[in-house]
Structures are given as structure tokens and as C-alpha cells.
Design a protein around this ligand. Structure first.
Ligand code: ZN
Ligand code: ZN
Ligand code: FE
Length: 762
């Protein structure tokens, strides 16, 4: 044979893959062709076998930055016509190719919009094959201009020439545009009044936004995946006004800076954090604040700041000359999904921003900014959205024969997961399903991704909790075989799945810590030591179950958890002895305690200790605020001994609470009590792991999962103890440790169960 077909699967469309193939094939003097189709990219290439090997090696070495190859399939074919290597037009086909995530402004385009002699000087929609919108503008696959929201813009001659020039950075860059032919940005007033400028003919709308921000105004800006709300991060008045109008009193705001050097004025930035900031994904990176201060209202009570760099030319043009960062937070009222549609945005945001920078390139799919943090030496995704989703996550090849699946995720930080073979597409972060608008956004996202990926599930995977909104969503999908999965098993399985463990991998130990989820027999769990594989989970130890008077209100009112914990551990006198809890003992509470559901929740234990210390005792305005305050109270490098905590079944938390109250009465500061709690829980987890090893000595791997592991203080201490005991530890990386990662775990469990049924039946 002197020709073969090579199929590339993965993120290979819309990323400059074909021109790279053509360039390298021509450099090797090999004839053939390359084309996009519904399955990815197909190359037919002639020439000697050795030359073809050289070609493939060179290609893999010189992949374009946004390309990600999941699989290569090679097969012999009949030879090629002619002696040239050509790029063929796209073929329609069943959609099995990955949809590329959006990519932040690249250095070349960033330089170009600043070059007064370049054609795209100050053009807010400059993009190339290395950057720009992908997922947010795609309406169908294969990815071609006609299948994007750019289809309404007819390329001018110059753009057309670049688009067709294989040597150009914009060769087949589908969103290609310039000031003559492409979208335009426009500054509007959200009250509908005309924008009046003194020099009527020459308003540079983007420049005007910079001036407005300098004046302390709040401006809504249409970003890649939706509207964002921006204001001067150095102006306390502006930031406080944004908080009041957005009805978001405390939850930290994200910041946008011009470059890494500017971020370093306010935060310590490690090498890998700097790389994450400037990566094509362009996430918000949580960094340790140090150096100059911004407005105190940016992130009240936090030791970290979340920074990102410009994701589009619009952001770059605004930031370039501002000389300081701006607040850049998602454009919504608290708890609602981000605004995407222009009319809707201007109307809904009119009470928050007086000005909006809009434009006429429609957003096909809304998507929030992603959040990452360096923990235990690696960048870890805490919110998976713009720049990451919907790139597939590769599972172990042993999942290849699993039926197509849909896993619906959890109730908070909801995501869903479409699993086909060993490729799992985790949806972008949607939000909390308490809010009807968020449920609509979830259903819309589900419909569009299923259509885009041509996915029709044969099975569903659901959380075991009957009260989650995902139950109703599942019913609306019709009668499908459904797996109901314990919340904490799914948390653990998500980590196993992203680390590429096979479907029949042997059991591991899992320490799953979070707020709340449903486990065996309808019990509410939240601090569990499990032995599990993909098929099943067994609980070996746990925090004791404690009442949650008022149910869900406990998560918003930490004093409730404090009272419940103290009454259970030490009785009512203990509650009376805590100044922060005075006056909380009422007959209504007595009744609530007697009828309350109980849960073994790590999140509620942190809330309880925070409340006793007077940290957000009466209420929080966002999830885990009290626990975060407790984490922030711990001094770095503190070597306090741990409080006595045991996770053995039947153990009591009385020793812990006696110690806390003794320290409180002795006037020890919150920093010491918080440090002792973190260390106590870390030691208890390591103890529980040791006890598990006595029963199951063959297990040497431990998985950490659940939202509580976003607590870096607890993570560091627990890891130190576990590693000293010789455990090999698996942590979430690409997938959030919190409920945002649940759907991947559910999908992997349901797939493994379906596969093992096949084995049993066969
Ligand atoms: Zn670019
Ligand atoms: Zn043009
Ligand atoms: Fe959870």
C-alpha cells in the first residue's frame, strides 16, 4: 500500500488543524487531501510508509495550540489522485466531533489591535485560528461559517483573501471579520435615551466605556458568553454601588486586569498561575492577595482575589489604557443566570448598569467565566465553563462499549454530562436549580448540546435525592432506564473517571466532604469515608449525624447548626454559655430540633464552629460564606494541635465541642480555634483512612472529593497526614470537586453498571 486514511478525533475543527496538516504534508512532498466531517478530520495521504510516519510525527509535534487529539485511526486505502496536497470542502456527517471551547485573545491579535498601521487597529472583533469564539457562536457541526452566528456577515475582499490563504493566521478562521465587514460594538444607555457625545461624528464606543469606568460608572459589557457588569475596582463607591444594585452584599467579585504584571501588583502569582491566567481558556484564577489594595468591597473578608485577563479585544481595548483592574462579574441579578440575549440583557440589567456596550454578533450559547485555583501544586478547575466546556473528557477505553448516557448532575452548581463511548462531555456550569430561570437555562443548554453533538441517550443517571429538580427534567425526557446514584459515590467516581481508571478498576478509599447529599436509605450525608469502585460504594465511617433545625435554612443561617451541634453534644446549657448564640433558645426552635432531619455534614460542622466564633452567626449571603471565613481566619503556618474528632460510627462530637467552648471561654482568638478545628478534622480523616486500611489492606489509593476540598487549609493538612501514611492520593483536576463535577461521576457509574450487566448477561 502506498496510501492511507488517517482519522483524527477530538478538538480538531476550527483550530487551524487542516492548514497545519497541509503545510506539513507539502513540506514532506506527500500528495493527498484533508477535510472536516462530522467525525473530526480525515486525512488521505500518499507516499512511502516511512515518509508518512515522518509526516505524522511532525504533525503531532507541531499541533496548533487549540487542537486536542483524542484518537487517531489509521487504515490503508486505494492511493491518491494527483501529486498535490489539497484542503477539501467540508462534508456533512453525523456529529461526533468535539465542539471546541472558546479561546481568549491571542498575543498576535492583541498586538494587531494595538498597531495603528494594521488593518484591525482597535477592531473589537479581531480573531484568528488561535483565538476567539467557538462554542458560543456555533449552531451546528461541522464547524463552518454558515453554522455559526457569523453567517449574517458577508466577508469583504480583504477578509476573504486572508480566509483563503493557507499561509495566513486567519486561514479558515470562521469568525474572521474586520471593521469594514464584521460586527460592530455600540454604546447604549439602558434607559433607551440616546448617547450624546460632544464630538458627534467621532464617538469611539469602546474608548467611551473606558472613560465611563474612570468616572465611576457601572457598565454592562457583552462578553464571549454573555453580559458582564464592570466598574472601577479601585473605586470603593463604584464597587459598593454595584453590590447594592446587584443585591450581592458579600460574595467576591472577579477582577479583570491588563496583564500578569498588573495582577502582580495586587497578588502573589506563581509560574503555573501566570500560565493559567494567559492560557487560551483564560479563566478566573484565585490568587493570594498581597501588595497594593483595591476597593475593600471587591472581596470582603477574603484573603484571595479572583483575576482574569482580557478574553476578547473589547476587554483588551478597555483595559489597555486604564492602568488599573476593573471588576468584571457576570451580568445578572444574584442567583439568576447570566444575560445572553441583547434585548433581555438591556432590560434586565437596566436597574444595575446605566450603560451597556452591545454588539451584533449573536451568542448561540451562554457561558459563564471559569474559575481555577492552584492547590497542592496544580491548577484545579473549580467552575468549568468558558474556555473548558464543552471539550470532552477522555475516560478509560474500557468505557468504549457503554450505551450513550445522560447524567443530570446535582441541584446546586448544576451541570449535566453526555457520555458516548469513552468520551464524556460535561456541560458548562449552569447554576443552582432553585431559580426557575436557571432551570430554563439548564434545559436550553441540554437541548442545544444534545442537538449539537447528535446525542440521544439510551439511559439516564440521576442523583438519589427525590427533591432535586433534575427528577422533573428527567421525566420530561421520556421513559428511559434510569440509575439512581448516591450523591457521594458520584463525587468519588468523578475523580476516578477523570484520572482515567478503567470501568472495572479495583476499589479505592474515598473521603467525600461537602454540604449535603443523599446516601444509603435516604440518609443525608456530607462527611463520608467510602470504599468504592465505579459499581458500588460502601460507607466505613462518617461524622455523626446532627439535626438540621429548619432544614435548608441551616445552610443560610449558621446559628442553627451551632445550636443543633451544641445541644446534641453537650446540652442546652452549652448554648447559653456562648455569647454569639444568646437569645436563640426559643420554644419554636425546641420543636424544630425534635422534628429536624439529621445529616453528617462537614459543611454544617464548619458553619457551626464559625457561628460560635461570631463569624456570620445570624446569616450568610452566599453558599459556604461562614466556612470560608473560618478558613480565612487560620494563620498560614500555624502549628496548633488538632481538636479531638473521630469519624468512627457511634463516636460523639462532645470532646470536640468541650474543647472549643473551653478555648472560647479562655479567650483564645478565632485564628487559634479555627486552626485547631482544621487540624482536628484532618487528623480524624487520616485516622479513618488508617482504620479502613486495617480492614482492606489491599487498598492503597485514596480519593478526595466534594466541595469542602476547596478549603485549601484543610486540604494541605489532610494531604500531609495521608502522604505520611503512604497513601497515593487522587484529587480532582479538570472537574470541579463540588457538585459541578457530580454529573461526570454519575455518568461513569451508570456506564460501568451497564457494562457489567452486559458481562453478566453475556
Ligand atoms: Zn488570535
Ligand atoms: Zn473584512
Ligand atoms: Fe455534594
Amino acid at each position: 500500500m502506498n496510501a492511507e486514511q488517517i482519522r483524527f478525533r477530538g478538538t480538531v475543527q476550527g483550530v487551524g488543524f487542516r492548514p497545519t496538516v497541509a503545510r506539513i504534508a507539502r513540506a514532506h512532498g506527500l500528495p493527498g487531501h484533508v477535510r472536516n466531517d462530522g467525525e473530526g478530520v480525515t486525512v488521505v495521504i500518499g507516499g512511502e510508509a516511512a515518509a508518512r510516519e515522518d509526516f505524522l510525527r511532525a504533525l503531532l509535534r507541531e499541533l496548533p495550540p487549540l487542537a486536542k487529539i483524542d484518537a487517531i485511526e489509521r487504515s490503508p486505502c486505494d492511493g491518491v489522485e494527483g501529486a498535490e496536497f489539497i484542503i477539501e470542502r467540508s462534508q456533512q456527517g453525523s456529529a461526533r466531533t468535539a465542539v471546541a471551547p472558546d479561546a481568549a485573545l491571542c498575543p498576535d491579535c492583541s498586538a494587531e489591535i494595538r498597531d495603528p498601521f494594521a488593518r484591525r487597529y482597535r477592531y473589537p472583533f479581531a480573531t484568528c485560528t488561535r483565538c476567539g469564539p467557538r462554542f458560543t457562536i456555533i449552531t451546528a457541526v461541522p464547524y463552518d461559517r454558515a453554522s455559526t452566528t457569523m453567517r449574517g456577515f458577508v466577508m469583504c475582499e480583504d477578509c476573504r483573501r486572508e480566509f483563503e490563504d493557507e499561509a495566513d493566521r486567519r486561514y479558515h478562521a470562521q469568525p474572521i471579520a474586520c471593521g469594514r465587514c464584521g460586527p460592530a460594538a455600540r454604546l447604549v444607555r439602558t434607559d433607551g435615551a440616546p448617547v450624546v457625545s460632544a464630538s458627534l461624528s467621532m464617538l469611539d464606543d469602546v474608548d467611551a466605556v473606558k472613560a465611563l469606568l474612570q468616572r465611576g460608572e457601572i457598565v454592562a459589557i457583552k462578553g464571549l458568553g454573555g453580559y458582564q457588569l464592570c466598574c472601577d475596582a479601585a473605586s470603593e463607591a463604584a464597587v459598593a454601588e454595584l453590590r447594592a444594585r446587584k443585591r450581592r452584599p458579600h460574595k467576591p467579585f472577579a477582577l479583570l486586569a491588563w496583564d500578569v504584571d498588573q495582577v502582580r501588583r495586587y497578588c502573589a502569582v506563581s509560574e503555573s498561575e501566570a500560565r493559567a491566567l494567559s492560557s487560551p481558556a483564560g479563566p478566573i484564577v484565585l490568587l493570594r492577595a498581597s501588595g497594593e489594595r483595591l476597593a475593600p468591597s471587591v472581596a470582603p473578608g477574603q484573603r484571595t482575589l479572583g483575576f482574569m485577563l482580557p478574553s476578547t479585544p473589547i476587554h483588551a481595548l478597555i483595559l489597555r489604557q486604564l492602568g488599573r483592574p476593573i471588576v468584571c462579574t457576570s451580568g445578572n441579578l444574584t442567583e439568576e443566570p447570566q444575560c445572553v440575549d441583547d434585548d433581555d440583557a438591556v432590560e434586565r440589567l437596566s436597574g444595575i448598569a446605566d450603560w451597556a456596550l452591545v454588539h451584533d454578533r449573536p451568542i448561540a450559547h451562554g457561558i459563564d467565566d471559569s474559575v481555577v485555583r492552584e492547590m497542592d501544586g496544580e491548577i484545579r478547575v473549580l467552575r468549568r465553563a468558558r474556555g473548558y466546556a464543552p471539550a470532552p473528557i477522555r475516560l478509560h477505553p474500557s468505557f468504549a462499549e457503554a450505551p450513550p448516557l445522560l447524567a443530570l448532575g446535582g441541584h446546586l452548581k448544576a451541570t449535566f454530562c453526555l457520555l458516548r463511548g469513552s468520551s464524556a462531555v460535561l456541560s458548562p456550569h449552569v447554576g443552582d436549580l432553585d431559580e426557575p430561570r436557571t432551570v430554563c437555562a439548564y434545559e436550553r443548554s441540554l437541548r442545544t448540546l444534545m442537538a449539537l453533538l447528535d446525542h440521544s441517550p439510551a439511559r439516564l443517571a440521576l442523583d438519589a435525592h427525590p427533591g432535586y429538580r433534575t427528577r422533573e427534567i428527567a421525566r420530561s425526557l421520556g421513559e428511559l432506564p434510569t440509575e439512581r446514584i448516591w450523591h457521594h459515590h458520584a463525587h468519588a467516581a468523578a475523580v476516578l473517571a477523570e484520572h482515567g481508571l478503567p470501568a472495572d478498576a479495583p476499589p479505592v478509599l474515598a473521603l467525600v466532604l461537602d454540604g449535603l447529599g443523599m446516601g444509603e436509605d435516604g440518609a443525608l450525608w456530607g462527611c463520608e469515608v467510602l470504599v468504592c469502585d465505579f459499581l458500588r460504594a460502601q460507607r466505613l465511617a462518617s461524622l455523626p449525624s446532627v439535626e438540621m433545625p429548619g432544614g435548608d435554612r441551616c445552610a443560610r443561617e449558621p446559628w442553627r447548626s451551632a445550636v443543633a451541634h451544641l445541644v446534641r453534644a453537650l446540652g442546652w446549657e452549652a448554648v447559653e454559655s456562648v455569647p454569639a448564640l444568646s437569645g436563640r433558645h426559643t420554644p419554636a426552635l425546641d420543636l424544630a430540633l425534635r422534628t429536624a432531619p439529621r445529616a453528617s455534614s462537614a459543611g454544617r460542622l464548619f458553619d457551626a464552629v464559625a457561628a460560635v466564633l461570631g463569624l456570620h452567626t445570624s446569616g450568610v449571603s452566599y453558599e459556604a460564606q461562614a466556612a470560608l471565613a473560618l478558613e480565612a481566619a487560620v494563620d498560614e503556618g500555624s502549628a496548633e494541635p488538632g481538636y479531638p474528632v473521630s469519624l468512627a460510627f457511634g463516636a460523639s462530637l462532645s470532646p470536640l465541642w468541650s474543647a472549643v467552648l473551653t478555648d472560647l471561654a479562655a479567650g483564645l482568638p478565632a485564628s487559634v480555634i479555627a486552626a485547631r478545628l482544621h487540624e482536628g478534622l484532618a487528623l480524624a480523616l487520616a485516622d479513618a483512612a488508617r482504620a479502613a486500611r486495617e480492614r482492606r489492606p489491599e487498598i492503597t489509593t485514596v480519593v478526595l472529593s466534594g466541595g469542602v476540598w476547596q478549603n485549601d487549609v484543610l486540604l494541605r493538612r489532610t494531604l500531609r497526614h495521608l502522604r505520611a501514611d503512604g497513601w497515593s492520593v487522587l484529587l480532582p483536576r479538570e472537574v470541579p470537586p463540588n457538585d459541578g463535577g457530580l454529573s461526570l461521576g454519575q455518568a461513569a457509574i451508570a456506564a460501568a453498571r451497564a457494562l457489567s450487566q452486559d458481562v453478566r448477561l453475556g
